[in-house]
Design a binder for this molecule. Structure first.
Ligand SMILES: [Zn+2]
Length: 264
């Protein structure tokens, strides 16, 4: 039965390879980190793993009546994607992600864009779970669109991000708790592209003294502050050296009631 999970892993890996190929690598005025898993050097806060349902092996066929294990595995179809319907998000339903060592989640989607009045895309389109896609798209539609107009005076076109799902543990250690990225609960945000083509990058525009770039700083700090009201974890520049180049947002559960928030 292991072949079922392995097959799904291959699909997830192929998807990530496809999205990774879309990452910009030049010409945006900021360096986009490699699409290899972004290591959060800082330990992400201790939290209880969100009890997302994990697909179980199909036990309807008994061992005694099952044909050769390998042959049977090849014939088992992928689990049908769990439909994800969100108010503002443009998503493509994907089969459940089943990774090794606890990685994976159901309700997997490729997040193509925000289709409210904001009409914002993603570069590349990340793979996350449906609940995270909802939180992210609500934030962009209800907060960021307005912040963009107030601080930059123009509309957002796209958000430049990491791949979303990454099968790894915190600090990239072999042991320890899973990163929220491994559950589809997190995304690293690198920059924001506006309709004029201008890009505000977290790495280059978070700090500075130049009055001419004040709107860029104000935009990013307002975006960060708004994120803290939407996500349970927000780690941006200033949180630690590692987050100088991106803002990490996730919906992981902290504490017994999942109400504790981390905003740095
Ligand atoms: Zn992250």
């Amino acid at each position: 039965m292991d072949f079922t999970g392995r097959g799904r892993c291959l699909i997830a890996a192929a998807f990530l390879a496809a999205t990774a190929a879309c990452l910009p690598d030049a010409g945006y005025g900021f360096v986009v980190p490699s699409v290899t898993p972004v290591p959060d050097k800082r330990p992400e806060p201790q939290s209880t793993v969100v009890p997302l349902p994990v697909p179980k092996p199909d036990l309807s066929v008994s061992e005694s009546t099952a044909p050769q294990e390998a042959d049977a595995a090849e014939e088992i179809p992928e689990a049908a994607p769990v439909p994800c319907t969100l108010q503002f998000a443009d998503t493509v339903d994907l089969p459940a992600v089943v990774g090794e060592n606890g990685c994976g989640f159901s309700s997997a989607v490729r997040l193509a864009g925000v289709n409210g009045t904001a009409n914002v895309g993603f570069v590349p389109e990340p793979m996350v779970n449906c609940r995270f896609a909802g939180a992210l798209s609500n934030w962009i539609e209800e907060d960021l669109a307005q912040i963009a107009m107030e601080t930059k005076g123009e509309r957002l076109k796209a958000v430049h991000v990491g791949p979303g799902y990454q099968c790894r543990r915190r600090n990239n250690l072999e042991d320890g708790k899973l990163s929220e990225h491994a559950l589809g609960n997190a995304l690293d945000i690198l920059g924001f592209e506006f309709v004029s083509g201008d890009i505000v990058s977290v790495e280059n525009d978070w700090s500075g003294e130049d009055p001419d770039t004040e709107p860029r700083r104000k935009f990013l700090h307002s975006v960060h502050d708004a994120a803290c009201k939407r996500f349970t974890t927000v780690l941006g520049p200033g949180a630690d050296d590692y987050h100088e180049g991106h803002i990490h947002v996730d919906i992981g559960c902290h504490g017994k009631t999942c109400t504790y928030r981390i905003c740095q």
